[in-house]
Design a protein around this ligand. Structure first.
Ligand SMILES: *Cc1c(COP(=O)(O)O)cnc(C)c1O
Length: 336
């Protein structure tokens, strides 16, 4: 059994790292309480912006190590993960095939970038996608094998045993940032959608920021689903790489439920308002699918006292900017 801090796995250098850690001073002057710091993973790249590239550094390295020429992955029509994968595949000279959930729509946001990146795109209506995703991924993989091309399947959000490394290593980066800023945050909050970011942070912070509790705000499904998914990703990671379990009670997985709103990628006015207010106060842009809901949750939970009344909190800005534009209508009644 190995210490995860000491083993080397295949990795490509693709993201702009380290990303900055910045305090929200103007927001703090306005609302008081604990100071919120933002880890700017929206700055991992311009069109590559967001959290997925950290995981894809490992997934795509594995694809290349296995001699694959094709990468197949999946997500919603406006998936940030699919957009990052499509652009990185173009950069690396790999063929990218995206299986997207939803009817073909106007080319906008991430979906437009997928097309610019030259990805092959297959769209499936939601019900069929949900019922048949595993089979569809397998069918397309076989299709490529039959034409003599080895295809690598990356699951939703690159949240699997391989992807956990992305935020395991980001936790070390964050620990260095905190040391540089001379803070010892008690909480780290991130949006959670397929669980891999939270899984990596949970495992990584256990070693690198042991006094810090990691919270995922779920943007779909519920607490029970994510408790299971995050623990499963960590267990798969430990098994695949023969990693030791931490001493004591093991990893502590924490979910903040109650902020999904009407559904995945559907946001109420309070979310659009939070996005507009933070943009105007700090020049920081969140998105209505992930970070807007997670930041809104952070503010609500702060008021409710979940994080205490002082100290430092880190909000992980996981990106999502291209998801703002297809939802421009949500800002219409705000009188900006
Ligand atoms: C995918 C995504 C998340 C959620 O990360 P997971 O690892 O899938 O849980 C959060 N924010 C943004 C902007 C994302 O694209």
């Amino acid at each position: 059994m190995k210490d995860p801090r000491q083993i080397d796995v295949p990795r490509l250098s693709l993201a702009q790292l380290p990303t900055p850690l910045q305090p929200l001073n103007r927001l703090h002057d306005k609302i008081g309480g604990p100071k919120i710091w933002v880890k700017r993973d929206d700055l991992t790249g311009c069109t590559l912006s967001g959290n997925k590239i950290r995981k894809l550094e490992f997934s795509l390295a594995q694809a290349q190590a296995e001699g694959c020429e094709v990468v197949i992955t999946c997500g919603g029509l406006q998936s940030n993960h699919c957009r990052a994968t499509a652009l990185l595949c173009a950069q690396l000279g790999l063929k990218c095939h995206l299986l997207l959930r939803g009817e073909t729509a106007e080319a906008d946001g991430n979906y437009l970038l997928d097309q610019l990146a030259g990805a092959t795109i297959s769209c499936y209506p939601s019900v069929r996608y949900q019922q048949e995703l595993t089979a569809l991924l397998q069918q397309w993989q076989e299709h490529y094998h039959n034409t003599g091309r080895k295809a690598f399947v990356i699951p939703t959000g690159a949240s699997d045993a391989i992807g956990v490394w992305g935020y395991f290593h980001a936790s070390k980066e964050l620990a260095d940032d905190c040391e540089g800023a001379n803070i010892r945050p008690r909480h780290v909050v991130c949006a959670t959608g397929s669980g891999g970011t939270q899984a990596g942070l949970t495992a990584g912070c256990h070693y690198y920021l042991p006094e810090t509790r990691v919270w995922g705000v779920n943007v779909c499904d519920d607490e029970a689903w994510f408790m299971h998914k995050v623990n499963q990703d960590i267990a798969d990671w430990q098994q695949r790489y023969q990693l030791q379990s931490p001493a004591g009670e093991g990893y502590s997985v924490n979910v903040i439920d109650g902020y999904v709103g009407p559904g995945y990628a559907v946001a109420e006015e309070c979310i659009f308002r939070t996005i507009a207010e933070l943009a105007a106060t700090e020049g920081l842009v969140l998105d209505p699918v992930y970070t807007g809901k997670a930041f809104y949750a952070l503010l609500q939970e702060l008021r409710a006292g979940r994080f205490g009344d002082s100290g430092d909190i880190v909000f992980m800005h996981t990106g999502g900017i291209f998801g703002v534009f297809p939802q421009r209508r949500g800002f219409h009644n705000l009188n900006l």
